[in-house]
Design a protein around this ligand. Structure first.
Ligand code: GUN
Length: 293
């Protein structure tokens, strides 16, 4: 069994990005600039956004954090998106999700200029991704593809089972694993209503678990030699930690790991790769790699 080290891979990629940024700036080019909009004080979102700002520093990017209280109106937020769309110094920006219930999340996403949508959530990017055109690919699926590639894990023709059908992970992951230029796998998507979920998993060469239920994938669901990618990051109470919680994956790691050829840990697997992929997208935005503005 080989552990897939997302933390080390992300650090290596961020160092590569920093080197490229140094060369761009030395050559008189523009320093990439990522803006992040954070609404409210949700603990998880605060941590994600803080880590994104730190990653920008590590990559040599400029970053701007824009904060609003929970009671921000949809209009105010749309105004902010509009300003960021028109700000020529900002190459890409994200609005951290989830947003408070009184704000229409989809309306905000669709207001973002797709050429600055480094999250890859805008329907134009989602659609272009689905038909294999150059676009911003959402960060978690892109991070997983990068890990599979860096660890030289063969996916072509393999049976890949994806657990979960979210817009952020399950759906784009299925699209990408299916496509010839990315995973080139045979893909099955299972979710909370799937009757044959366990049977599908048992036949899978690759399992990508993004169902959001701690310890959901158990040893009896995994074939000997399978590759298991754990996207779960549920906060579970843990009195022994200073923070009062720990992150728990969707996979029962201790019993599943011995059966795997490769497995990602939680934390230190997919998580660091998600932020690193956002940095990759921001660099591409700065270089106008996919779209002219
Ligand atoms: N909330 C959870 N994951 C993400 C992400 O990748 N981007 C944004 N904007 N919000 C999130």
């Amino acid at each position: 069994m080989q552990l897939i080290d997302g933390k080390a891979t992300a650090a290596a990629i961020k160092a590569e990005i920093a080197e490229e940024v140094k060369n761009i700036v030395a050559g008189g080019g523009k320093q990439p600039h990522l803006a992040a909009v954070l609404v409210g004080h949700d603990g998880g979102s605060e941590t994600y956004v803080r880590n994104k700002v730190i990653a920008c520093e590590q990559c040599g990017f400029k970053s701007t954090l824009i904060r609003y209280e929970d009671n921000v109106t949809e209009e105010e937020l749309l105004g902010c998106v509009d300003r960021l769309n028109r700000d020529e110094d900002v190459d890409g920006f994200i609005v951290q999700l989830p947003l408070p219930a009184h704000i229409d999340e989809q309306k905000i996403i669709e207001a973002i200029d797709y050429r600055k949508d480094v999250d890859g959530f805008h329907p134009i990017n989602v659609g272009r991704m689905a038909i294999g055109l150059p676009c911003f690919i959402s960060a978690t699926p892109l991070g997983i593809l990068t890990l599979l590639r860096r660890y030289d894990i063969r996916t072509s023709g393999k049976k890949c089972v994806i657990l979960g059908r979210s817009n952020i992970v399950g759906k784009p992951m299925a699209q990408l694993m299916m496509q010839k230029q990315y995973g080139d796998s045979t893909v099955t998507v299972c979710h909370s209503r799937s009757k044959t979920l366990k049977e599908e998993c048992r036949e899978a060469d690759i399992i990508i678990a993004a169902i959001g239920q701690p310890d959901f994938v158990t040893a009896d669901m995994v074939k000997e030699g399978a590759v298991v990618i754990d996207v779960g990051t549920t906060r579970v109470p843990d009195a022994s930690r200073k923070s009062g919680f720990r992150l728990n994956g969707d996979v029962k790691f201790d019993e599943v790991a011995p059966k795997c050829s490769f497995i990602t840990p939680v934390p230190g697997g997919v998580g660091p790769m998600t932020i690193c992929s956002l940095m990759k997208n921001t660099l591409a935005a700065g270089k106008k790699e996919y779209y002219r503005q």
